[in-house]
Ligand binder design. Structure first.
Ligand code: 2PG
Ligand code: MG
Length: 475
């Protein structure tokens, strides 16, 4: 091919002339950089390679990280992993070789990305999220993504989403908002985990989490300040009442004193809130994660105390009475998983009392069929959104839509095994979920999420709206 033929084939002279004219029109002080950017924009972005690796999550357990390459850049994402993994959630592919990370390595998922997924996605436009996600779903062919692994698929899905946002030159939260078809973006109320128990801590507290929600703050930045201050006051309260050992932290960063009852935990938190001076502006939420201490149809709140366990079972009715009393005494705005994950009857009954919002986590497992059933039976009235239980960004958007259409609340959630990826922060803003639960205002993998929300609020400037008292919003 001659030089002239090459120039003609790529219409190079015209493109360069256009770029030069644009630079002159813009009267830019750095025309070379302007022309380079102008030319780059004229080329559409395509996926050129997807490269995965095994990294460690916050618990020191392997998980999947992906670098998605386009002809314009490299976009990284990693996936979290939880303690509860139920029958209805998408399958996290682990190697199961006891000699490697005690069976938890993810080499198969990594291989699936590097070979099959990469090959299937090469040439695709990263802006077309649904097409990318469906290409992976079609490649997998199983209902729960066990062929390629939901951990493999989700990592690629999130990385593609980041590449799509970059190509559109919009913040990730705006791209997610566009993908969901929603006009408004909202900074969520953070539900900070301040006390940890259950499977997330080695204390004797059966309840998994007590959280605080600074609903009365005017901006996210202020909510973060109040959350941090309350957390530090709580450290002092726990040290005074339970000794400094109680300030060790659980998986999500919550403090872990030995607590003999839910009421005792709530008292500690109430005292900490009182010390901040923002008293009525900070509300409380609880993740009971009751499945973990349900024995048959009874609940053993002493399950973690060897001397007391098995002696004082509570029936579901007793649990309802306890919740009623506690909601009357403390500013509790939501309770997550108040009963066993298969106890639809009592969850429904309790939701029907209208005492507080009832959030389905283990009950729903972010599974659209379970959500549809819960909507039909009015079993609960809010969804805990865990993207890794679903496996793609597109399906996460769909399940949130289901919940919204039923006028439910939505809480975007982290997992106990987290990474340095802050995707869920942008997701919570883009889908305007109203609340984000990302652990304590402490520990890097948790503060990553809250710090990203600070940046988003700053970037949105005057357009930034903090959900605040409207945290239940179903706009
Ligand atoms: C929960 C989550 C996060 P896990 O129950 O809400 O705290 O826990 O990731 O262990 O399922
Ligand atoms: Mg939960």
């Amino acid at each position: 091919m001659s030089v002239q033929e090459y120039l003609d084939k790529h219409t190079l002279s015209r493109k360069i002339e256009d770029a030069v004219n644009a630079a002159v029109r813009a009267k830019t002080s750095d025309p070379v950089l302007f022309i380079a950017n102008h030319m780059k924009k004229a080329v559409s972005s395509v996926i050129t390679k997807v490269k995965a690796r095994q990294i460690l999550d916050s618990r020191g357990i392997p998980t999947v990280e992906v670098d998605l390459h386009t002809n314009k850049g490299v976009f990284r994402a990693s996936v979290p992993s939880g303690d509860s993994s139920g029958t209805y959630e998408a399958i996290e592919l682990r190697d199961g070789d006891k000699g490697m990370y005690l069976g938890n390595s993810v080499a198969k998922a990594v291989k699936n990305i590097n070979e099959r997924i990469s090959e299937a996605l090469i040439g695709m436009d990263p802006k077309l999220q649904a097409q990318i996600d469906h290409a992976m779903i079609d490649l997998d062919k199983t209902e729960k993504k066990n062929e390629l692994g939901a951990n493999a698929i989700l990592a690629v899905s999130i990385a593609a989403c980041k590449a799509g946002a970059a190509e559109k030159e919009v913040p990730l939260c705006k791209h997610l908002s566009d993908l969901s078809g929603r006009a408004n973006m909202t900074l969520p109320v953070p539900a900070f985990t301040v006390l940890s128990g259950g499977n997330h801590a080695s204390n004797n507290f059966a309840i998994q989490e007590i959280m605080i929600l600074p609903v009365g703050a005017s901006r996210f930045e202020e909510a973060l300040q109040w959350g941090s201050e309350t957390y530090h006051h709580l450290k002092a309260v726990v040290t005074e009442k339970n000794g400094s050992m109680g300030c060790n932290v659980g998986e999500d960063g919550g403090l872990t004193p030995d607590i003999s009852s839910l009421k005792e935990g709530l008292e500690l938190v109430k005292e900490a809130i009182n010390r901040t001076g923002y008293s009525d502006k900070i509300k409380i939420a609880i993740d009971v994660a009751a499945t973990n201490f349900c024995i048959g149809t009874k609940y053993d709140l002493d399950i973690k105390s060897p001397n007391k366990s098995g002696q004082n079972f509570k029936s579901a009715e007793d649990m309802i009475e306890m919740y009623k009393e506690l909601c009357a005494e403390y500013p509790i705005v939501f309770i997550e998983d108040p009963f066993d994950k298969e106890d639809w009857e009592h969850t429904k009954h309790f939701s029907g009392l209208g005492i507080c919002q009832v959030v389905g986590d283990d009950l729903l497992m972010s599974n659209s069929k379970r959500v549809e059933r819960a909507i039909q039976e009015s079993a609960c009235n809010a969804l805990l959104l865990k993207v890794n239980q679903i496996g793609t960004v597109t399906e996460a958007i769909e399940v949130v839509k289901l919940a919204r259409d039923a006028h439910w609340g939505v809480v975007t959630s982290h997992r106990c095994g987290e990474t340095e990826d802050s995707f869920i922060s942008d997701l919570s803003v883009g889908l305007a979920t109203g609340v984000i639960k990302a652990g304590a205002p402490c520990r890097g993998e948790r503060t990553m999420k809250y710090n990203q929300l600070l940046r988003i609020e700053e970037e949105l400037g005057e357009q930034a709206v903090y959900a605040g008292e409207d945290w239940r919003q179903t706009l």
